[in-house]
Design a protein around this ligand. Structure first.
Ligand code: TYD
Ligand code: MG
Length: 453
C-alpha cells in the first residue's frame, strides 16, 4: 500500500483539486466536487501482470447451493434464492421503516440455533457480525428481546455486536473474526480517517462502502449495508452507492400502515423487480405469503367507489382494492387527492373520464386511495381507477367478483397490459374474474357494461 491522501474530484468532468468548492472551476457545475481517496501505490509491473488469471468457461464454478438462506423466505426470493458469498446488499429506505428490524431477524435466523426447524439443507452462516453504528449494542439486544425471547439464548455466542463507526477498524475485525455474515447499520454513520469529510457525506459513504465491498469479495463474506433515504430519495448515500454494491433493495411502505414491500431494483445475482411482502407486527416483520388475501381482507363488497384490480409487482401479481370518493364542490379549483398512485396519472384519468366518457366531474372533489398503504406504479390499474371514480360518481357498484385490469390512453381506449395470464390466474385463485381490454374497447363502454345496478 502506498501513501494515501484525499482530493476533491468533480463527478461531472473529473477535474480534481485539494480543497472543496461549491462550483467546479473546470466545467462550472454546482455541488459536483466529492472527496475521494487517492492512493499512490508503487506499481510493480511484472508482478501485476501475474495477479489476475484468465479462466475458460468450463473452469468457472457456478454453485447455486452456496446460497446462504436468510431465513426470511420473502427476502430470499427477492435476493434470487439467498445470499451469494461475497455479495454486498444495500438495504435502502426511510428511517423507521424497518431496516434494522429485518436485518436483526436475519442475524438471528442465520446464527446456528439448537433445534433448527427450517434448518434442513440450509447453509448456516456461523457467526454474524452486527456493526452498530447508529444504536448501541444494548439497543439492538433490546430489539432482539422484543422479537423473540428464545432467540437471545440460542444466538448468545454467534451473534457478535460491534459498536463502531470507524470503517478501517471494522474491516480489521472482519478479517480477524471471519464471520459468515456482516451487517453494517448504517453506512451513513461510517467514516474513514483517510477523508476529512463528515459521516454521511457522499465521499465518506462511497469510500466506506467500496472498502467494505473489497473485504466482502476477498473473504467471500456477504455484507448487508443499511442506507437511509429521505422521502425524496436523494440524500447523500443510497443513490451514489448503487454502482458500488451488487444488489439494491428498496424498503417501501407507509409507516402508519403495517405493509412493507422490499423490492430489488438492482441485482447482480438474481432477478430485479422482484418484491417481498412483509407485515410489521408486534414481534417484528412477518412475511406475507398470500398478499392478495391480505390486501383485500377488509374489503366491503358491492359498495359504490370500490374496485379490485390485479397489479404486477415485479413478476408477482397482487390483488388490490382501489377506492374513490367524489363530492360536489363550488370551488373553482376542485381537489384531486391521490394516495398510492401518481398524482399526474389521476389528473389525466379524470380528464379522460370528462372528455371521453362524458362524466361531469369538473365540479367534484375527487379522492382516490389504494388500500393497504402500498404505492402502485403499474399502468394496469388505470381502468380500475376510472371505474372506481365512475362508480362513486354514479353511485352504482360493480359486480363483486370483477377485477379490472387495463391501461387507459388519452383517447379513452383501454389497452392490454403485460402479464395478463398471470393476473387472470391470481384473480381466479381468489374467486375474481378479470375485466380487461377484451370486455370493452373503451372506458365508456366498460363503464356502461360494468356499472349497471
Ligand atoms: P427500525 O427497524 O428501527 O427502522 P429503520 O432501521 O429502518 O430505521 O423500525 C422501527 C419501527 O418499527 C419502529 O417504529 C417500531 C417498529 N417495530 C415494530 O412495530 N415491531 C417490532 O417488533 C419492532 C422491532 C419494531
Ligand atoms: Mg435502524
Amino acid at each position: 500500500m502506498g501513501k494515501t491522501h484525499s482530493q476533491f474530484v468533480c463527478q461531472q468532468c473529473g477535474y480534481s483539486q485539494s480543497g472543496w468548492a461549491g462550483k467546479c472551476p473546470e466545467c462550472g457545475n454546482w455541488n459536483t466536487l466529492v472527496e475521494t481517496v487517492v492512493t499512490q501505490a508503487p506499481r510493480n509491473k511484472s508482478q501485476d501482470s501475474n495477479k489476475s488469471k484468465i479462466y475458460k468457461l468450463s473452469e468457472v464454478k457456478v454453485d447455486e447451493t452456496q446460497r446462504l438462506k436468510t431465513g426470511e423466505e420473502e427476502l430470499d426470493n427477492v435476493l434470487g434464492g439467498g445470499l451469494v458469498p461475497g455479495m454486498v446488499v444495500l438495504v435502502a429506505g426511510e428511517p423507521g421503516i424497518g431496516k434494522s428490524t429485518l436485518l436483526t431477524q436475519v442475524a438471528l435466523n442465520t446464527s446456528p440455533q439448537p433445534s433448527p426447524k427450517t434448518g434442513e439443507g440450509v447453509r448456516r452462516a456461523g457467526e454474524v457480525l452486527y456493526v452498530c453504528g447508529e444504536e448501541s449494542a444494548s439497543q439492538v439486544a433490546l430489539r432482539i428481546k422484543r422479537l423473540s425471547h428464545k432467540a437471545i439464548e440460542s444466538s448468545r455466542d454467534h451473534l457478535l455486536m460491534f459498536e463502531s463507526t470507524d470503517v478501517d477498524e471494522i474491516i480489521g475485525k472482519i478479517r480477524e473474526v471471519k464471520p459468515g455474515l456482516v451487517i453494517v447499520d448504517s453506512i451513513q454513520t461510517m467514516v474513514t480517517e483517510e477523508l476529512t469529510g463528515g459521516a454521511g457525506s457522499v465521499g465518506q459513504v462511497r469510500e466506506c462502502a467500496s472498502k467494505l465491498s473489497v473485504v466482502s469479495k476477498q473473504l467471500s463474506v456477504p455484507i448487508f449495508l443499511v442506507g437511509h433515504v429521505t422521502k425524496e430519495g436523494n440524500i447523500a448515500g443510497p443513490r451514489v452507492l448503487e454502482h458500488v454494491v451488487d444488489t439494491v433493495l428498496w424498503f417501501e411502505g407507509d409507516r402508519s400502515m403495517p405493509v412493507r414491500l422490499v423490492r430489488a431494483v438492482k441485482n447482480r445475482f438474481g432477478p430485479t423487480d422482484e418484491v417481498g411482502v412483509f407485515e410489521m407486527s408486534e414481534k417484528g416483520l412477518v412475511g406475507v405469503s398470500n398478499p392478495s388475501q391480505f390486501f383485500l381482507a377488509e374489503r366491503v363488497k358491492n359498495v359504490p367507489g370500490s374496485v379490485v384490480s390485479v397489479v404486477l409487482e415485479g413478476k408477482r401479481p397482487l390483488l388490490v382494492e382501489i377506492q374513490a370518493l367524489t363530492v360536489s364542490t363550488t370551488s373553482p379549483m376542485p381537489r384531486r387527492v391521490a394516495t398510492g398512485i401518481d398524482f399526474a396519472r389521476l389528473q389525466m384519468l379524470v380528464a379522460v373520464l370528462i372528455a371521453r366518457a362524458g362524466l361531469h366531474l369538473s365540479g367534484e372533489d375527487i379522492f382516490v386511495n389504494v388500500t393497504g398503504g402500498i404505492r402502485l406504479a403499474d399502468r394496469g390499474v388505470d381502468l380500475a381507477i376510472c371505474l372506481a371514480i365512475a362508480s362513486a360518481f354514479l353511485q352504482k357498484s360493480l359486480p363483486g367478483d370483477v377485477a379490472a385490469v387495463g391501461e387507459v390512453g388519452l383517447l379513452g381506449e383501454v389497452r392490454m397490459v403485460a402479464g395478463l395470464e398471470r393476473r387472470v390466474k391470481e384473480a381466479k385463485k381468489l374467486g375474481f374474474r378479470v375485466a380487461s381490454a377484451e370486455s370493452g374497447k373503451s372506458v365508456s363502454a366498460a363503464i356502461k357494461k360494468l356499472l349497471q345496478d
